[in-house]
Design a protein around this ligand. Structure first.
Ligand SMILES: [Zn+2]
Length: 78
């Protein structure tokens, strides 16, 4: 179960369940748009500050574990 989304660049969080659900519904569209540009989606949607931070929102599970553990290490320096 995905609890919230967090930007991998600026750290912006989406914690409202409704907002998370809406974001997840649009993730295929986002992934398609990124692949169309020849890129690889890192998260499920662009950050609200995408133009400034170039970040993507990554889902965080209920138990608090990042899906991408390398990022946790990078962020926390562990
Ligand atoms: Zn951001």
């Amino acid at each position: 179960m995905i609890k919230k989304l967090i930007c991998d660049r600026c750290g912006l969080e989406i914690t409202e369940k409704e907002d998370v659900d809406i974001a997840l519904e649009g993730k295929e569209a986002w992934a398609g748009a990124v692949r169309a540009r020849g890129g690889k989606p890192r998260g499920v949607l662009p950050c609200e500050n995408y133009i400034r931070c170039d970040g993507e929102m990554k889902p965080i599970l209920d138990n608090g574990l990042f899906w991408w553990r390398w990022w946790t290490r990078k962020l926390l320096g562990r």
